[in-house]
Design a protein around this ligand. Structure first.
Ligand code: GLN
Length: 196
């Protein structure tokens, strides 16, 4: 059953770096209230947090300098739902291969990812993918995308590209290697709202 937008709930979008505005537009097109999260006060007002695409090394650095890593970590460990795309997938994963040595991730979804594994920026590509639970293919953009190289047994795979999972979920955390926020199809955002 579709529950639709969760009345009274606010979806936070981490707004330190990257494509956060596109996520806000996608949620707002579904009637879901959103808030840009930059500090602890913002974080206290949200029921879920979205980690956008961008650059995970920069995001990790900014989370440290803004002293937001630990507050977010503690909300995530309490079970706050989270949705990560591309760099956001990297930020939520257990372990990051080919990252910077000082790069940190939250480890709330049991996957290991390899950064930029699908090639450099010039090799970015788009394709139609089949997603579990969607009636028709989803047009997905991959931009210097991370590749899932290990997937724990508690993780559900919702879409694959060749042999690699590209949309996965565990408990209240969902991550995509691609960018569902680019374009007009908000069905994957709607799937996340179903998890709230
Ligand atoms: N390659 C980027 C990183 O490592 C992710 C790219 C993206 O989010 N489009 O963070």
């Amino acid at each position: 059953m579709t529950r639709g937008p969760q009345v009274g709930q606010t979806v936070g979008v981490l707004a330190l770096q990257g494509a956060f505005a596109a996520h806000q537009l996608a949620f707002e097109s579904l009637g879901q209230k959103t808030l840009q999260v930059r500090n602890e006060e913002d974080l206290a007002s949200v029921d879920a947090l979205v980690f956008p695409g961008g650059e995970s090394t920069a995001m990790s650095h900014l989370l440290r300098t803004s002293e937001m890593f630990e507050p977010i970590n503690s909300r995530l460990s309490e079970g706050m739902p989270a949705f990560g795309t591309c760099a956001g997938m990297i930020m939520l994963s257990t372990s990051v291969i080919d990252g910077r040595q000082d790069q940190r991730s939250f480890g709330v979804i049991d996957i290991d990812v390899r950064r930029n594994a699908y090639g450099r920026q010039v090799d970015s590509f788009e394709m139609d993918i089949d997603v579990d639970g969607l009636q028709s293919p989803f047009h997905a953009s991959f931009i210097r995308a991370p590749q899932v190289v290990r997937c724990g047994s508690g993780v559900s795979v919702l879409a694959n590209l060749a042999e690699s999972p590209i949309l996965v979920k565990q408990d209240s955390v969902m991550v995509a290697a691609f960018h569902p926020e680019l374009g007009v199809d908000n069905r994957i955002h709607a799937m996340f709202l179903e998890m709230l």
